[in-house]
Design a protein around this ligand. Structure first.
Ligand code: NAP
Ligand code: ZN
Length: 336
């Protein structure tokens, strides 16, 4: 490990995590998905990264130690951790099992300040300490952020009514799972993508009903007022007015991607009484529901498994939209 580190470039880093408290569970991490948020934190895109950053919040691992008050887990259980580690567990949102919206602020898996004052470090590492809760015991890493981030608003906004039409903007980690959920919900799913190279797979592998290259003005115009819902999963800035024009009257656009700014003409929502809404990850209860749904409907993320030594290349390829459709780091076999 060298002392010279370049911002945004990952390098080996040795650190210790806090001791396991009486309500805590400690994991030996086996796998960690690579989310676009890892690009955001490692490259300080929001200006609030606390270096050194250890990214990774789609974590699957094996319990290696439990605190004395922990009853739900035992050593050897397989568990998952998503975008947050803890919350107050007593406010109205925590009581509703929507811990991520905790009124005192959930403790995020990366870049959060833990009870001992240390900065939380994510899953591109060998173990993590998390608070006891109902961690799903058998889950694929990308479901823990990408999956729940699209599933939660789709269910909340009743995008699970068979026969309705759903537009998915961006076919990346989040987008490809939105397509899979959409098809499992019985929707007519239309993908809007910048990558023609994803067309065949989108239609034949993921099961989308239609694939539109978003720069094709004629095809886009042909979709005006045709969709009940749109879920937007892209981070670059794009035209909201254009996508809102594709919604039917009273249609809903849910934004889960994180562009720098959202600009729209008010008439785009006034005329046709449209809704634009946001969403961030999901609660523990709905995460468990989603995992059960995925198991029942055989929904698995399409992943490319890579060793930890490939992490920088994976982030570079993710930026170029060159992954089908989620990298998962095999921590267990490459970080020994
Ligand atoms: P991703 O795998 O990189 O997918 C994003 C997709 O956006 C790309 O695959 C690409 O799809 C599309 N895209 C359109 N224009 C692009 C451009 N100029 N450059 C690169 N990609 C472009 O990312 P992700 O992990 O799914 O995350 C998507 C967004 O959601 C990010 O902004 C991330 O920060 C955010 N996020 C939010 C939450 C939340 O809780 N709300 C959780 C996780 C992630 P096409 O090739 O099909 O165009
Ligand atoms: Zn994420």
């Amino acid at each position: 490990m060298g002392n010279q580190r370049r911002v945004g470039v990952l390098s080996p880093y040795t650190f210790t995590r806090r001791d396991v408290g009486e309500d805590d569970v400690s994991l030996r991490i086996t796998h960690c998905g690579v989310c676009h948020a890892d690009v955001v934190y490692t490259r300080n895109k929001l200006g609030d990264s606390i270096y050194p950053v250890v990214p990774g919040h789609e974590i699957v691992g094996i319990v290696k130690e439990v605190g004395s008050h922990v009853h739900g887990f035992k050593v050897g259980d397989r568990v998952g951790v998503g975008a947050y580690l803890d919350s107050c567990r007593e406010c109205e949102y925590c009581n509703e099992r929507l811990e991520v919206f905790c009124s005192k602020g959930a403790l995020y898996t990366i870049n959060g300040v833990d009870v001992d004052g240390s900065v939380t470090k994510g899953g591109y590492s060998s173990f993590i300490v998390v608070h006891e809760d109902e961690f799903p015991s058998a889950s694929a890493a990308p479901l823990l952020c990408a999956g729940i981030t699209v599933y939660s608003p789709m269910v909340r906004h009743k995008m699970n009514q068979p026969g309705k039409s759903l537009g998915v903007v961006g076919l990346g980690g989040l987008g490809h799972l939105a397509v899979k959920f959409g098809k499992a919900f019985g929707l007519n799913v239309i993908v809007f993508s910048t990558s023609i190279s994803k067309k065949e797979e989108a239609l034949n592998l993921l099961g989308a009903d239609k694939f539109i290259v978003s720069s094709d003005e004629q095809e886009m115009t042909g979709m005006v007022k045709s969709l009940d819902f749109i879920i937007g999963t892209v981070s670059p800035n794009h035209s909201f007015d254009l996508y809102l024009s594709l919604l039917k009257t009273a249609g809903t656009f849910v934004l889960v991607g994180c562009p720098n700014e959202v600009k729209l003409n008010p008439l785009s929502i006034l005329v046709g009484m449209k809704t634009i809404s946001g969403s961030a990850t999901g609660g523990m209860k709905e995460t468990q529901e989603m995992l059960d749904f995925c198991a029942a409907h055989k929904i698995h993320p399409n992943i490319e498994v890579v060793p930890i030594q490939y992490a920088n290349e994976a982030l570079e390829r993710l930026i170029k939209s060159d992954v089908k459709y989620r990298f998962v780091v095999d921590i267990e076999n490459s970080l020994k």
